[in-house]
Design a binder for this molecule. Structure first.
Ligand SMILES: NC(=O)c1ccc[n+]([C@@H]2O[C@H](COP(=O)([O-])OP(=O)(O)OC[C@H]3O[C@@H](n4cnc5c(N)ncnc54)[C@H](O)[C@@H]3O)[C@@H](O)[C@H]2O)c1
Length: 352
């Protein structure tokens, strides 16, 4: 493989712009091949801002170009699975934003396409590339915390996304908590055997109109009896909040310094620190690192660090959480919930 793969980008919204900046900032690692977005106005604005020559509203300009080695899929969630399948069909390595799809059937179709094509798929769980989370994961894997007995994971957005995003997002668990599900199963090294979820809509009419919730607590039990909890909110008065605490038999780790600058200013009127207000700032370095890691896998023809199977496993937990909330009781992971889990278990081996 060419040491500088040619990479196309689909989607130039909030997250697409972040990935665009990474691709353009690293000409030594890749050649930017072009941007596609169905919103012509947004496309023209971005093209002018970044002086891009190769932009189009037609997705086939990426998939019909045999010189393109890899694609970053950062368009709206409902487009991911079809783009992944198209990438597999054309032998293109793909990095997709989370989630792969909103249901397991489409996810499985996309993963099967990648599997049979023998191509590569990385899922955008950027926390795994954050220096704090990566250090915690290493310490846990090295046994420094002993047996992991409890994980507390929290994530809050400053404010709910716009109604147009909410309508297509798939709901809080599939859109937002999916990051926490991935994080907890990655830190623990296993999937839970039981989930219980509660949720409310507290931020107002837009979330209610989308039939969604904006505030939730999920608890999980693992086969060894250890426990985890996840708190999410779409509104946080002080800005983005992401914190994780892992407690083991030999010690604990707290992850999540949200300061922009590692400075604490103490005055007679109080103590002041700055704060990273949004996830795009908090995970700026991680978003860059995940794309560079993907490019490295493409160049060296190796497996990616966050696989399609990881994306599927986190979606599965999101679906089980929804089911638990709907039924108002804990769900055992092996339990048949609306037929979802039996079907799901029978397909678990696809991307292994
Ligand atoms: N990893 C993260 O932390 C993170 C953060 C935000 C969003 N996301 C994910 O990234 C995706 C995009 O989210 P966003 O916040 O950037 O949304 P956004 O609405 O800001 O941007 C989406 C873009 O996709 C474009 N688009 C829609 N359909 C398209 C199509 N068929 N072909 C080409 N372009 C199309 C839209 O015009 C828009 O510009 C979502 O799946 C979301 O879940 C991930």
């Amino acid at each position: 493989m060419n040491a500088r793969p040619r990479v196309g980008l689909i989607g130039c919204g909030r997250i697409g712009k972040i990935h665009l900046r990474t691709l353009l900032a690293h000409p030594e690692r890749c050649e930017f091949a072009g941007l596609v977005d169905s919103n012509e106005g947004a496309l023209r604005t971005i093209a002018a801002e970044y002086r891009l020559e190769t932009v189009s509203t037609d997705i086939s300009t990426i998939f019909d170009d045999p010189t393109i080695d890899a694609v970053i899929i950062a368009s709206s969630t409902e487009t991911h699975a079809a783009c992944i399948e198209e990438a597999a069909r054309t032998g293109t390595s793909a990095f997709t934003e989370k989630p792969i799809a909103l249901d397991l059937e489409s996810t499985d179709r996309a993963l099967a396409a990648v599997h049979w094509a023998g191509t590569r798929l990385q899922v955008g769980f950027q926390r795994r590339f954050d220096s704090g989370y990566a250090a915690a994961h290493r310490k846990i894997a090295d046994g420094e915390l002993g047996t992991i007995e409890m994980i507390r994971d929290a994530m809050r957005d400053p404010a709910p996304p716009p109604p147009a995003y909410l309508e297509k997002s798939g709901g809080l668990f599939r859109d937002m908590t999916i990051h926490n599900f991935d994080c907890v199963r990655w830190l623990k090294g296993h999937d839970p055997v039981e989930i219980f979820a509660v949720g409310s809509a507290l931020t107002g009419d837009e979330v209610l109109a989308a039939g969604d919730i904006d505030t939730s607590i999920v608890t999980m039990r693992f086969a060894d009896g250890s426990l985890a909890s996840i708190e999410n909110s779409r509104r946080s008065g002080f800005g983005y909040d992401v914190r994780t605490e892992v407690f083991g038999s030999k010690g604990a780790i707290h992850i999540g310094d949200s300061r922009q600058t590692p400075v604490r200013h103490l005055t007679a009127s109080g103590v002041r620190e700055d704060h990273q207000y949004f996830f795009l700032e908090r995970f700026k370095d991680a978003y860059e690192a995940e794309v560079l890691s993907f490019l490295q896998a493409v160049v060296s023809d190796t497996e990616v660090e966050v696989t399609g199977a990881d994306g599927r496993a986190a979606l599965r937990l999101a679906i089980l959480a929804e089911e638990s909330r709907r039924l108002g009781r804990p769900i055992a992971a092996g339990e048949v919930a609306n037929g979802i889990d039996s079907e799901l278990e029978s397909r678990m081996t696809i991307s292994a």
